[in-house]
Design a protein around this ligand. Structure first.
Ligand SMILES: [Zn+2]
Length: 126
């Protein structure tokens, strides 16, 4: 009997999506805690909470460059979940290998397209 590949693929993707959401909130929380600690040093706690709430509502909060890039990539991946194109290679439109997605949830290219695009010696995504 063949296993129901399609539905297990879907639930595996759900896990990838959850891990992306986790990563996103980790980055935001890390930043908020940092901001909170900064503010709390010279302002009343309730005032700081208000500022933190304000930050949570504001997508354009200042983040470290690296975190900002991560957030951007995460948002991009999440928006693909929303329009149902997550996991599709941006180059050849084939589905990216699930094991690759689980290891690299932000991957936008399948392995063969990635190998085509990457110059020899460059291994940014591996
Ligand atoms: Zn491809």
């Amino acid at each position: 009997m063949k296993s129901t590949e399609a539905s297990s693929f879907g639930s595996e993707l759900d896990l990838v999506k959850k891990s992306l959401l986790m990563q996103k909130s980790e980055i935001l929380n890390k930043h908020l805690e940092f901001k909170h600690a900064q503010i709390a040093t010279d302002k009343a706690a309730d005032e700081a909470d208000a500022v933190v709430q304000d930050l949570q509502d504001n997508i354009n909060i200042q983040l470290h460059e690296r975190d900002q890039l991560s957030l951007l990539l995460i948002e991009r991946a999440l928006s693909k979940f929303a329009d149902g194109t997550y996991g599709q290679c941006e180059s050849c439109e084939e589905m990216i290998d699930l094991r690759r997605l689980k290891a690299r949830p932000l991957a936008t290219l399948c392995i063969s397209c990635m190998e085509d695009q990457e110059a020899p010696g460059k291994n940014l995504f591996q």
